[in-house]
Each structure stands twice: as structure tokens, then as C-alpha cells.
Write a protein of this length. Sequence first.
Length: 205
Amino acid sequence: MLALANGAFARAAELRAGTWNKRGGTLLAGRTVGIVGLGHVGRALATLLAPFGCRLLGNDVADRVAWCAAAGVEPVSKDALYAEADVVTVHVPLTRDTERMIDTRVLARLRRDAVLVNTSRGGVVDQAALHAALVDGRLRGAALDVWADEPAADPALLALPNVIGTPHIGGSTDEAVLAMGRAAIAHLVRHLGAGETSPEERVWA
């Protein structure tokens, strides 16, 4: 979101090519952010956005009204979220109901100066429709960490200057990978539950 707002990736690419361009972007602070999917990741994102003073809109298939009230998130319909958000960020699993959920019709509802962030699953976004919306100026930008066909990303999307693309690295920090391994070991220890665990197992758990 920050990189889309201030154009950091585009300016970095220009500088690498020898162009010094100090043209800035916009602030994330004070913007309206629509979070589609209020599971663990969506709720954590709302917490991370708190210092920016954003207006937060949330939508989920589950009842999140109580959590929204405590977290300062406005529960809204998808239509309202799409119509009002400066940033639409998607955090849903890929199912038959969510496949290509962000399609031509949804993209047409977004504000022309809005940006889309997808760090959930590539199949949730219709990439051809997204490409058309970006080329036609119906959307200001997009940041994608996931792709419909991995590891082959979408060359047409990646060629656009208003797209930030990364190779599904959102959960691939050294610390995150270690935490996942430790969590798996802890679950195994609890599931097996037979006998005394060793000191090393207790440390990993």
C-alpha cells in the first residue's frame, strides 16, 4: 500500500535506469481502506493500519460485527466497500465462491483513483480484467504477490508501470518460515502426546 501510494517501486526502477525523478505520490494516512476478508490476516492488517488514521471498511462472510466495533472497522457490504475505498485489499481463501471474485464488474465499481492489493490467492482476481482496467485508466494501480499461474507470473501485468509484482513472498521471511516449522512441530507434539518431550522439543514448540 505504501509503495503504491508514493510510487517507490516505479521511482526505484527509473533510478536504476539512470532517471532521477522526484515526483512523489500520495499519503496512505487518512485514506479509506477496504479489507475484503477479516480472518487472521485481514484483522492483523487492520491493527497495522491503525497508526495511519485510515478509515477502515471491512467485509467478511462470517459475523465480525463485534470485532469490528472493538477494532474501529466499519462492517459494510462488498458493494459499499468497492464504491468507497481508496485501497481495496483482498484476504480470502480461493474457493468456488471466491474464484475470480474481482472481475470486470467489480473493477468497474471501484473508484478510478483506487488501487487493488492482492496477497491472498491469484485466482481470486481475474488478471485479464485487471490488466484491461489498468490500461484503460479505470484503476490507478495494483500490487500483487500472488498469481493465477505460479510460478509463471503474468508478463502483461508486470509490464505495466502502475503494477507492483512480487513472487508470492508475503509469508517467506526467514522468521516466518521458522515460525511455521515450529508451529508444525508443536502441533505434532500435542497430537502425539505420548511420553515426556525432550528439552529440544519444548524449545521448538
